[in-house]
Design a protein around this ligand. Structure first.
Ligand code: GLU
Length: 471
């Protein structure tokens, strides 16, 4: 028998991909990748009122950004009504389901009655044994067992039993013939050979109904694992109040997709006390053994810290496509290549997000740095004209522009002027970047490049001379 694990992600396109949905997608994707299985994408768009193409596109966009690729699909439920109809007819034909002509008002009354006599509000089975034929307005109900129990052998939570008396004869097809949610999901999962379903525990109440449908259709029940919902810091279910919910909002705030994936997986899964995982490490280590039974709590500071770590650990070249849109937003036109890689290399250790990185990169691309007024007044003092000029001349004369030679020139200038390192380095920093804070002086100088460094130093000398003239 083929034991390939086949998982799926079936979002409803009624909005953007939210953090909780993304986590479900990632769990299924990782499990498939870890098990050398397959991952199927299915768009559950049977609710034609609420489903939009815009949401479908937003979901694709978010998955692409997260780097979650699928092996099959996307399937669209809205294009599969024939398949559902076939299965509904089959269930009616073999007596597992029946037509019901009770009006919604009648059903409401039955519910009220049931409640009054202390039971759960449910349909009373009026049409169950009537053997009705189809007629306009009829719905199809599933003939749920009246005794016994249905057990979910949950791979995460252990066995969960439901008394069948709790379930009523739920509708599987509306009067217009369209399938209800549980029927469509089961038919899809069967026909797509899905054998492993990881989803939020908000779906637990659907699962016994789905298991009954598998049994009625004579199909093998897939493995289920229900994961606890993600909570906000106040332990209520994660919502807008706790921060942005759409995955792509984090892209726009300058997050690295690997950090996002890492963070979302850790909301519910653990591997010892390890926090930082590369994508490959997750694929290698992810399994269901360490999905907790208690809910993960969304902690934006932790996400930010992880983001900084992912940025720090990535190769500069790999960060280029992530940073580029933020540079463009600042009107910086540049191309991938050595210069940009060098710039990123100096900013990596000091950027928590790509927005910070882009902010920090601005001075590298300016025609001339814009001096911070206070910094210039404090550090670009006329008595430094000589040392800065000497430094510029020294760098101009360098055959090899490297850290060792730079250091030697600095030492020479410091010795000749009788100044300590900081007294020279800080004015140089202001001259080159306009600010008092920047990446390490030598790495910054090397990344900026010889020509820009020399011209910026001479500009500073001129500025200082002019300042002297106006004093
Ligand atoms: N379409 C459902 C949702 O968006 C998921 C159904 C399932 O996982 O079975 O919540």
């Amino acid at each position: 028998m083929d034991n390939t694990i086949i998982t799926r992600f079936p979002p409803s396109p009624t909005g953007s991909l939210h953090l909780g949905g993304a986590r479900t997608a990632i769990f299924n994707w990782l499990y498939a990748r870890h098990m050398n299985g397959r991952f199927v994408l299915r768009i559950e768009d049977t609710d034609l009122q609420r489903s939009t193409q815009e949401s479908v596109d937003a979901i694709f966009e978010a998955m692409e950004w997260l780097g979650i690729d699928w092996d099959e699909g996307p399937y669209f439920q809205s294009k599969r009504f024939d398949i559902y109809k076939e299965h509904i007819d089959r269930l009616v034909a073999d007596g597992s389901a029946y037509y019901c002509t009770c009006t919604p008002e009648q059903v409401d009354r039955m519910r009220e009655e049931a409640k009054k006599s202390g039971g759960k509000p449910k349909y009373d089975g009026s049409c169950r044994e009537k053997n009705l034929q189809w007629e306009a307005g009829a719905v199809v109900r599933f003939k749920a067992p009246l005794t016994g129990s249905t057990v979910i052998e949950d791979k995460i939570r252990g066995n969960i039993a439901f008394a069948n008396t709790e379930l009523d004869d739920f509708i599987i097809a509306r009067s217009d013939g369209s399938p209800m949610y549980n029927l469509a999901v089961v038919v899809d999962d069967i026909t797509m050979n899905i054998n492993f379903i990881i989803r939020g525990d908000d779906h637990i109440s659907n699962t016994p109904k789905q298991i009954l449908l598998y049994q009625a259709l004579g199909e093998k029940i897939p493995d289920f694992g229900h994961v606890p919902m993600v909570l906000g810091h106040d332990k209520s279910r994660l919502s807008k109040r706790h921060g942005a919910m759409a995955v792509t909002a984090y892209r726009d705030m300058g997050y690295h997709p690997d950090a996002m994936v890492n963070f979302l997986v850790r909301l519910g899964w653990s591997h010892g006390d390890q926090e930082f995982f590369t994508r490959n490490e997750l694929i290698e280590k992810f399994n269901l053994d360490h999905i907790g039974r208690s809910a993960g709590v969304f902690n934006p500071e932790k996400l930010l810290a992880l983001n900084a770590e992912h940025i720090r650990n990535a190769s500069s070249e790999s960060l280029v496509p992530h940073l580029m849109p933020f540079l463009e937003a600042k009107g910086i036109k540049t191309e991938p290549g050595e210069f940009l890689n060098g710039v990123i290399e100096t900013l990596k250790p000091r950027s928590k997000t790509f927005i910070e990185m882009a902010d920090g990169a601005v001075f590298y691309f300016q025609e001339k740095p814009v001096y911070d007024e206070k910094a210039a007044a404090k550090f670009l003092k006329p008595d430094l004209t000589g040392p800065i000029k000497q430094l510029a001349d020294g760098i101009a004369g360098l055959a090899v522009f490297d850290e060792k030679n730079l250091e030697d020139i600095f030492k020479q200038v410091m010795a000749d002027a009788g100044l300590g390192f900081g007294k020279v380095a800080q004015p140089v920093r202001v001259a080159l970047t306009g600010k008092t804070v920047s990446p390490g002086i030598f790495e910054m100088i090397l990344a900026l490049g010889k020509e820009k460094v020399i011209s910026r130093l001479y500009d500073a000398v001129q500025w200082m001379e002019k300042a002297l003239g106006t004093e």
